[in-house]
Design a protein around this ligand. Structure first.
Ligand SMILES: [Zn+2]
Length: 153
């Protein structure tokens, strides 16, 4: 009969950095973010505007050409919904002291929504349908973190 022993025990998190290509449409979108600009693209058939941009309109099953149909959009939008949570997307193992408010925001002129933190707001101040504006990170990198979150207009 063999005896089982634990030789090494190490408690902690394993972190792995990785890189992947997001594709031509998101690549262009992230280039826009780096310059603090929101770019959507428009379905040539139904006219819906997507943020982030898409290659295919799911409704019409039409390919949106990469070199056309881009739309410059403002950095304002409407809060469509929100949730309040103590969990962090990049640290789900622990609760933090303060709740975060996460909003679903439809950028003005688009037909889709993006999800970001609502900043400088108390839960009682948050109302579905309220106007919000992007708070940009000072140093942009061309990735989703260029948008810090949304603030009240
Ligand atoms: Zn369409």
């Amino acid at each position: 009969m063999s005896e089982e022993k634990v030789i090494v025990a190490n408690k902690g998190l394993v972190r792995a950095d990785f890189a992947f290509w997001v594709g031509q449409y998101l690549d262009k979108f992230y280039d826009g973010l780096e310059n603090k600009k929101i770019m959507g693209n428009k379905c040539p058939k139904c006219g819906d505007v997507f943020v982030p941009p898409r290659k295919i309109c799911g409704q019409c099953n039409v390919v949106i050409p990469l070199e056309e149909n881009w739309v410059d959009l403002p950095d304002t939008g409407i809060l469509k919904n929100f949730t309040i949570t103590p969990y962090r997307i990049n640290d789900r193992s622990s609760r933090k002291a303060k709740d975060w408010i996460i909003g679903i925001v439809q950028i003005d002129g688009s037909n889709t929504s993006i999800i970001y933190r609502l900043l400088n707001m108390e839960p009682k101040d948050v109302k579905i349908g309220m106007k919000v504006k992007i708070e940009w990170n000072e140093n942009t990198k061309g990735d989703p973190s260029d948008i810090k979150g949304f603030i009240k207009v």
